[in-house]
Write a protein that binds this ligand. Structure first.
Ligand code: NAP
Length: 278
């Protein structure tokens, strides 16, 4: 597998003729485009919404609990309720928002702790949002994208897919599943001119990711793991490099406008360094 290219480790895949990518028509100045972003109440999602607004797009900013006060007021902004784990919520949001050009699957939750101590209910909760939520949202927009023979889906995973991170087995699994899903789907949708991309952010201490996961992570370090966890958390607390919200927004923007067939877009100095080291 070559970094920045399609997954070609199966001989069957290699034998397919590659599609010529159509000229990307999503740049500013063209007909106004519409993007729907999941999880825009904070962090990366909020910054992605700001970025697309600045670029002149119509933005459907979705949140589990809609808030009008987190984004600048704009005629091109609509805030809709959306919980990606609830089929009726997905259906209602897509009905309300009208035709879309781009879907950004950003919503996600984390869990850090010893896997042995992580309840299966928590593992399932993480997969419901990070994995099945992404799949359900993607499935919901594909009929309109296929009918119009255009559209882009960007799935936000994580730099945990680029290098092993301890005490994050369940979270890593939920994001790895989306890496495989996206590579396969991108290939299968090329014929319909639908592009599917991965953005892999590094660690951002400034989003609400850790505090949003606080309760879920309580009690997940049993005594036997404590010395290892202490060393690991001490290293986490002194990262050599981190990711800014703007790094992720810019990477998503590049992914949406990419016409080269590049699948993976690491975002942030730490994620880019990990990708280059592979
Ligand atoms: N921060 C990091 O270090 C880091 C690193 C790599 C990848 N990521 C990934 O980047 C993405 C954004 O994370 P972030 O750092 O910006 O964290 P964040 O500030 O916690 O934002 C996550 C967003 O997802 C939303 N969300 C959670 N569950 C949802 C659901 N069931 N339906 C719809 N929205 C839901 C949250 O909404 P509520 O306000 O309703 O909870 C919140 O708006 C996630 O996919 C995460 O896995 C984060």
């Amino acid at each position: 597998m070559k970094y920045g290219s399609y997954i070609v480790d199966s001989p069957i895949c290699v034998s397919y003729p590659r599609q010529v990518h159509p000229k990307v028509d999503l740049q500013k100045g063209d007909l106004m485009k519409t993007v729907l972003i999941t999880g825009t109440s904070s962090g990366y999602g909020l910054e992605i919404a700001r970025h697309f607004l600045t670029q002149g797009w119509k933005v459907i900013a979705t949140m589990r609990t809609p808030r009008e006060d987190v984004l600048p007021r704009s005629e091109r902004l609509r805030i809709l309720a959306l919980d990606v784990t609830k089929p009726e919520s997905i259906e209602a949001a897509l009905e309300a928002c009208g035709p879309l050009d781009v879907l950004i699957n950003n919503a996600g939750i984390g869990v850090v702790g010893a896997f042995e101590a992580t309840p299966m209910s928590t593992v399932r909760e993480v997969f419901e949002t990070n994995t099945f939520g992404v799949m359900a949202m993607t499935q919901a927009v594909l009929p309109q994208f296929r009918a119009r023979r255009s559209g882009v889906v960007v799935n936000v995973t994580s730099s945990v897919t680029l290098a092993r991170m301890p005490l994050a087995a369940a979270y890593t699994a939920s994001k790895m599943a989306i890496e495989g899903f996206t590579g396969s789907l991108a290939f299968e949708l090329e014929a319909f001119h639908i592009r599917v991309k991965l953005v892999e952010p590094g660690y951002a201490p400034t989003t609400r990711f850790t505090s949003n996961g606080g309760k879920r992570m309580e009690g997940l370090i049993p005594e036997a793991y404590a010395p290892f966890a202490e060393r690991t958390f001490a290293a986490f607390a002194q990262p050599a490099a981190v990711t800014l919200e703007s790094d992720v927004a810019e990477a998503v923007w590049r992914a949406v406008n990419d016409a080269t067939g590049q699948l993976r877009f690491p975002a942030g100095a730490d994620a880019v360094a990990l990708a280059q080291a592979r």
